[in-house]
Each structure stands twice: as structure tokens, then as C-alpha cells.
Ligand binder design. Structure first.
Ligand code: DOR
Ligand code: ZN
Length: 394
């Protein structure tokens, strides 16, 4: 399949120019000006063409909790948000602890065919906090293990898991939370566990990725660890940048102004590798009963563009770097850059028009957002995966 995108403002981490992109057989084949091809053409005049986004932290709730989200509704929501690849967390029902569940998810996602999916496996079997024997049975295409939401409280178990992850070249993704402290102080609970997980990563030399870093201290520990050569990457969630002192229920909670300023500084200085949504769809009922989380994959780009780029903290190049280039690097895929030979995965966006976020317009089953009614810039018009349009506004 061929596709020619013409007359757009082409932006990725390293370039910003007006021109055309030609995709053939799923791959970017030519980039330039005044390209002419006898194939389907999209006129991107007045729009910005970015590499589509990759989300390292997503909950699609399939299997088992599909009343909140399923792979189809989640895939459509992701594409609407400009994403073409998602990394799905293991807190499904059953917990994703074996290849049967991994393959169920991957096959279903492939059949739907809207976004590429990577499925994470739990660090301990069924989140029991102890047994890691299932890690020996994983196929090589499982690249990430995580106990998201839970974390592993027993340091000896975490060390053993990190040793196995290192041996098999996998990344341990850490939701840093010391649960015995959460009821006392969520900030201390995050900080203590960030420090511990970094110490264990330094000891085992395992690659770790820190999820949704929300406090200044946690980011400081990560920066220190990076300076020492610990193999750590980290992500920041859009809601931890766009909100302060707000009690909308999400884990980790929304923090204060000083934290947000420090996270933004960490992005500017190149310490924060990625923006990930922690897309956590819930039903109205579950949310009323206190389930933490934000349905965030449809609003991530607009929030980040508005809060980070429009407000002058970073360039659009930098935003592309943390939403696409770095996230692709962490997942080990040839995406996230507008470069010959890379996957033809693009997001065409309107960055000039202001619009209002409405939860009613979400295609995700989860309408849980604190951002409904907020005015933002950065509207995704089309999402293209491998030269195929997987989302179009009109
Ligand atoms: O707010 C959250 N919701 N944080 C998590 O870590 C888990 C997530 C969920 O699964 O709902
Ligand atoms: Zn989490």
C-alpha cells in the first residue's frame, strides 16, 4: 500500500520543515518537497505531520474487565489520540502471568489491526508477591515485566526478578509505591520505593523503567542514578504536568506546583525520557467507588502540547522526542522518527485551533477525566499506521 502526504509541516525530534512524506509497504520511503506519486494522497496543508506516539503505560483491561475497556475500544481510543503502539499493563483478570494470556491479547489486537500492541507480563505470578517461576517460561517477544499498581514489596523477590530480567534482556517497569506507607504519606511511599528500586537496579545491573514519576525527590533520585550509570529510564504522565493540588483520584496522586516545575525542568534537561499516559479507564460506578485512574490516551498530546509547548517550556521537536523517539527506543522498534526506513506511522495534527476537551467525545469506554471542559490546542486529525489511515476525524 502506498500513501503520499503532501504540504505538511513535518516535525520530529530533529527536523522541522514544510514538505511531503511517501510511505510504501508500511515504511517511509521518501521525504522531500514536491514529491509526485500515482497513489492515494493526503493533503496536509495547514497541518503538522509528526511521528505517531508510542505509549509505554496503558491499561486496556482485556481479558476480564472489558466493561471498563477492551482491546477494540482501547485501540480506537489510542488511534484517536495519535498513538500507533501501546504497552499494555498486566493488571487484567486473570493477571497476565503466562504466554496464553499474552498470546490472547496479541492475537486479538492483531485481528483488530488498529495499533501495535506489546503485552507486559507481571513480575510475580498472579501478583502474589513471591513466585517468579513463570518468568522462565516467557517467549522472547515479551520485552517488559511489571507489577504496575502493586510493585513488589519483598526486595529479595525483586532482586531475583531483576536478575532474571537482566539475563533475558528484559526491562523491569516499576510502579514505585511502598504500600505500607501509602496510608501515611503517598509522597514518602513513592520516594522510598523509587530509591529502593534504583538501588536494586544498580546492584543487579538490570534495565529499569520508572513509571509515572510524580515527585521532585523521585526525579532527583533518578537523575542521580542516571549520573552514576544505572540503566534507568523514566516517564512522566500528562496529568502530573497539567494539574496541581487536585484531588482527582489517581495513583500516584496529583502533586504540587514545585513538583510540576521540577518535572518540566527534568524534561527540558533531558532527564525525563518519556511521556506515558497511564491510560486507566474505569466505569462511572467504579470511579464513584474510588477506583484510581484517568482515561488519558485521547487527551495526552493536547495536554502536553498546550502545557509544555504552547506555554513555552519546550519545543515541538522535544515533545516529539519524548512521545515518539525515546518511547520507540525503549520498546526497541523502528518507529518514532520521520526517517527513511522507519515505520510509516504518523499523526497529522492541527496545533493552531483551540478546542474544548469533552469526555462525551471519548471513544474509550472510560469517560473518567478531570480535563472535560478544559480548552486546549493540539487536535489529532488523522493517525496513520504503516501507511494506512487508522483514525480520521472526518
Ligand atoms: O491510577 C492508577 N490506575 N494508577 C495505577 O497504577 C493503576 C491504574 C489502574 O489500573 O486503574
Ligand atoms: Zn501505575
Amino acid at each position: 500500500m502506498e500513501l503520499l502526504i503532501k504540504n505538511g509541516r513535518i516535525v520530529d525530534w530533529s527536523q522541522d520543515f514544510y514538505g511531503d512524506v511517501y510511505i510504501n509497504d508500511g515504511v517511509i520511503c521518501e521525504i522531500g518537497k514536491n514529491l509526485n506519486k500515482n497513489c492515494k494522497i493526503i493533503d496536509a496543508k495547514g497541518s503538522t505531520v509528526l511521528p505517531s506516539f508510542i505509549d509505554l503505560h496503558v491499561h486496556f483491561r482485556d481479558p476480564g474487565l472489558t466493561y471498563k475497556e477492551d482491546i477494540e475500544s482501547g485501540s480506537l481510543a489510542a488511534a484517536k489520540g495519535g498513538y500507533t503502539m501501546v504497552n499494555l499493563m498486566a493488571n487484567t483478570n486473570p493477571v497476565c502471568s503466562n504466554m496464553d494470556t499474552v498470546d490472547y491479547v496479541l492475537e486479538k489486537a492483531k485481528k483488530i489491526g488498529v495499533v501495535d500492541v506489546h503485552q507486559v507480563v507481571s513480575i510475580t505470578n498472579n501478583f502474589d508477591g513471591k513466585d517468579i517461576s513463570h518468568l522462565d517460561k516467557l517467549k522472547p517477544y515479551v520485552r517488559v515485566i511489571s507489577e504496575d499498581g502493586k510493585d513488589v514489596m519483598d526486595s529479595k523477590v525483586m532482586i531475583a526478578a531483576m536478575v532474571k530480567a537482566k539475563e533475558s534482556g528484559r526491562i523491569v517497569m516499576c510502579h514505585c509505591e511502598e504500600h505500607s506507607l501509602t496510608g501515611i504519606d503517598t509522597r514518602m511511599s513513592e520516594n522510598v520505593m523509587t530509591w529502593r528500586n534504583l538501588a536494586l537496579a544498580q546492584f543487579t545491573e538490570c534495565k529499569v523503567h520508572m513509571s509515572h514519576v510524580s515527585t521532585k525527590e523521585s526525579m532527583e533520585y533518578i537523575i542521580e542514578a542516571k549520573k552514576k550509570g544505572v540503566k534507568v529510564t523514566c516517564e512522566v504522565a500528562p496529568h502530573h504536568i497539567a494539574l496541581t493540588d487536585n484531588d482527582y483520584r489517581v495513583n500516584p496522586p496529583i502533586r504540587g506546583k514545585e513538583d510540576v516545575e521540577f518535572l518540566i525542568k527534568a524534561i527540558q534537561d533531558g532527564w525525563a525520557d518519556a511521556i506515558s499516559t497511564d491510560h486507566a479507564p474505569h466505569s462511572v460506578e467504579d470511579k464513584k467507588n474510588g477506583s484510581p485512574g484517568i482515561s488519558g490516551i485521547e487527551t495526552a498530546f493536547a495536554l502536553c502540547y498546550t502545557k509544555l509547548v504552547k506555554e513555552g517550556h519546550i519545543t515541538l521537536n522535544k515533545l516529539s522526542e519524548i512521545m515518539s523517539k525515546n518511547t520507540a527506543r525503549i520498546m526497541g522498534v523502528e518507529k518514532g522518527q520521520i526517517k527513511i526506513g522507519y515505520d510509516g506511522d504518523l499523526a497529522i495534527v492541527d496545533i493552531d485551533k483551540e478546542y474544548e476537551i469533552s469526555h462525551e467525545a471519548f471513544v474509550s469506554k472510560g469517560k473518567n477525566t478531570p480535563f472535560s471542559g478544559m480548552k486546549v490546542y493540539g487536535d489529532v486529525i488523522k493517525t496513520i499506521k504503516g501507511g494506512k489511515v487508522v483514525f480520521s476525524k472526518n
